[in-house]
Write a protein that binds this ligand. Structure first.
Ligand code: SF4
Length: 122
């Protein structure tokens, strides 16, 4: 049975509010998207929702105790908590380079977790 659903497209900073008529994983019609990428976003939300992950990991011997990290591409939404848990076990050694790989091909997703900035040794 078809249902009306609302989505906020997070593909770009505009953040269009999209109303869609869907049946299961099938998109029947939609409105509110300012560009064609909105349809791709809704299709992906219905079949394989993904999000960027940003968090921090611990650093030993650095000028700060934590360094920000992010996923190199959006991760499947159902894996976000597991990846965050895995990152809590990680401790890097200073100095840390920007874009240093923290976890490679995390959970076989072809996505790496990388640092967002460098961090000097204390
Ligand atoms: S529909 Fe297009 S303009 Fe609107 S948020 Fe998505 S990418 Fe940006």
């Amino acid at each position: 049975m078809a249902e009306q659903r609302e989505f906020i497209c997070v593909t770009c900073p505009v953040g269009c509010s999209i109303e869609a008529l869907v049946e299961g994983q099938e998109l029947i019609e939609m409105r509110g998207q300012a560009c064609g990428r909105g349809e791709h976003f809704v299709q992906e939300e219905l079949t394989d929702p993904r999000r960027m992950l940003t968090t921090t990991v611990r650093v030993r011997g650095g000028t700060l105790p934590l360094v920000p990290v992010r996923s190199s591409a959006p991760l499947p939404q159902h894996l976000l908590m597991e990846v965050a848990r895995a990152l809590r076990q990680v401790e890097l050694e200073a100095p840390v380079q920007e874009h240093q790989v923290v976890l490679e091909n995390v959970f076989d997703t072809q996505v790496d977790i990388v640092t967002s900035r460098p961090l000097n040794a204390a």
